[in-house]
Design a protein around this ligand. Sequence first.
Ligand code: GLU
Ligand code: ZN
Length: 295
Amino acid sequence: MNSPSYIGRFAPTPSGYLHFGSLVAALASYLDARAVGGQWLMRMEDLDPPREVAGAQQAILRTLESYALEWDGELINQSQRHEAYAQVVDRWFSQGLAYACTCSRKQLEAFNGVYPGVCRNAGHQPQNAAIRIRVPELEYRFEDRVQGVFAQHLGSDVGDFVVRRRDGLYAYQLAVVIDDAWQGITDIVRGADLLDSTPRQLYLQELLGLPQPRYLHLPLITQPDGNKLGKSYRSPPLPTDQATPLLVRALRALGQPTDDGLEYASPKEVLGWAIKHWNADLIPRTRHIQEAELS
Ligand code: GLU
Ligand code: ZN
């Protein structure tokens, strides 16, 4: 099989519709791939049916199509990948690398997000328990193409983290690492809200002997009150009939050049122009951009 030197992806979660912040992420990952003749794959991260909004998957795909963001190959659904995740978790469990945690929600709250390993040596059975992976007392660091060096001490900043939830659903951190490697992803371009997930992902890659992709974490588009422009804040879904002006606006958010003529161009023409002019070095080196500051 030939292995292209760049394979990127967009990996939306169907817990809501695409909003302007998702467009910025989709556009940046698309342009970064296409500018070097790379592939751009699509993966639906439908790991959490209870949080899924009915019709969101189709709406996301239709919205991307109306913005002319065409992906390569077949769409992958994480809901179809449980066997691959189960194999890894079962192996880690039998090796003692992962263990069952029966701590209640109330107990966990007292730990303020850093699990101190209470159940590490308790020998709980895996049924009706969360499965946590043991983390080493080590710092994991990487150089992000936009955000620079980012480091986290897994022991003191994160603690043993969940790879399979008590309800049997698999965790994002696990699925993303397995699937990025399975799809041959070389470059991950996504929002800076996932910057502090990356050290956990580097650790899982190391455990699984997987290659480490390059990372580019984009500034998040925030609302005036500082909230992430995300589904949980009910930001408006992207309109499908204003693709050209919104693509141009997303280009500005990414620090890319634009041209007056673009406003009369089709979405496909805007993308063609943007591929030619793409320069990732122009992306603002910040974690947040206020949406109100964008023209
Ligand atoms: N599914 C995640 C989200 O929608 C993105 C995961 C990733 O890009 O690694 O926030
Ligand atoms: Zn526990």
